[in-house]
Design a protein around this ligand. Sequence first.
Ligand code: SF4
Ligand code: SF4
Ligand code: FES
Length: 559
Amino acid sequence: MAPGGGGAPAAPAAPPPPQKDTFTVLFDDKPIEVPKNLNLIDAAKLAGIDIPHFCYHPRLSVVGQCRMCLVEIEGIPKIQAACTTPLKDGLKVKTTTEKVRSSRAATMEFLLINHPLDCPICDQAGECTLQDNSFGYGHQLSNYDEAKRQYPTFDRTMIGPHVIADMTRCIQCTRCIRFTQEIAGTSELTFLDRGGRTLVWTHEGQALANEWSGCAADVCPVGALTTREFRFRSRVWYLEKTRSVCPGCNVGCNISIESKTDVVYRFLPRFNPGVNDYWLCDYGRFLSESLNDRDVLKATLRQGNSVQDVIVPSAIERIAAEIRKTVDGTGPAGLFFLGSSRLSNEENYLVRKIADHLSCPNRDVVVDKSKVRRIKRKTDWIQGDEAAPNFRGARDMGVVPGKNGHGLEAVLTGKASPEVIVVADADFAAAADDPAAVAALRRARFLAVCARTANALTRAADVVLPVASLAEKEGTFTNVEGRVQRFERAFLPRPPVRATWELLLQLATLLGYGDRNWTPADLLAAIAKDVPAYADIDPKNLEGGRLLKKGDFAWHGTL
Ligand code: SF4
Ligand code: SF4
Ligand code: FES
């Protein structure tokens, strides 16, 4: 009909079919649905196919530099780099043909022309992509017998406070350069020289000294960049990996504690896109050594002017006796319980439950402010400014003054004068080493502290109970965004040291609350029942952490 003409109105156009957000890709004739925005290397992983690569990293720009990821694409005559091949519907990828095999082997041979093959003395051995790809895709023999390239003045050299460079091992993948440009944003690294003499170094006058410099060693697929702190300390295959959470601040980066025979050797980042992605800050990463403090305290009891070693159960019995005496005399208002932003949710929950059980409203938790620590995620940054991992969780657990109760401030200023003070962590904040604060706490008739290492507070205490490090216990922390994350135990503490939750549980049961057989998992289940914001927590399934609902994290309980 002519425009403007009469007649029946045209039927409305059918809505366009909904757009799929996946493509069907055929890997070696096997079709698989993959999200449209994936890189071909990651898409292949979904199909269970490993495409070897060096320069590709999921959070760095794609540069197609190393030519290790070669595949055949139907319809394209030449072999292609998988990392630079855009996904599209119906793409047919061949990863096992003779052409693919021989091309990858040629790349490996090329990369190894100049590689020193010093695996026996290289710290990367055992977790080296060059080693793995050489075994998986390389030739046994080389066609080259020329002398290998060397960089005598660029080996075994510190290029920053933590990173040591061995440029003879570099395969010029540029991952480290892109890390400093795209993640750290500091661009300290660059290529020097050209062609076969190319090497990575810092710009003149600069050091690789950004806040995340250890990550440059993480992304290096070979042993060209390693960290000073871990170098030559252990072969990596001897190390056990334990899933944990960084104790450095309230960002709560996921870490792998790597340990052997009860010694912690390093922290490595553990991928969690909701928290730290692939990264760790240097401050948190190099806290690993602090878990090895072997200056282990003993359980002690002060009798008059002398301090005696005692066994842990009798020290706890003494604390319970002093608490009972106060409750029977002055009443529960004569008690004060101090939780800690460094302790787990389960441990702080026990602090609150003991206080609740005794009808004591005096409890508190404090945190020191720290420098802002930031980690880049895929689309944003996460940051924290607290010097402890769990202030939020401790408050969620109810370690806050109850109705008419007193907090730490009142005790330190003398507004409140409790007779018995129980400090669940002698390192609760910088105040624990402040003589005025220690003197204020010492005004109590009886001062009991749980401590890992000696400080001013332990020297002033009537009872000291030695406690385990992060590596020696399990539990959960709640991070700055309200994500509840589990940390696991790497190894058992050596007696008389015990986890703080065990000591608090023993104290609780002596006072008539709880069950000696409870575990941290039981306590987390109790938290899920008792703390409304934690109702959705499934103690059996905390993979990746569980984000509390927004605005629903504060503890709502009342005494
Ligand atoms: S130092 Fe490592 S990450 Fe950097 S270009 Fe060389 S091999 Fe790649
Ligand atoms: S940002 Fe905080 S939690 Fe993350 S590694 Fe650094 S100190 Fe640890
Ligand atoms: S991973 Fe594709 S070229 Fe390096």
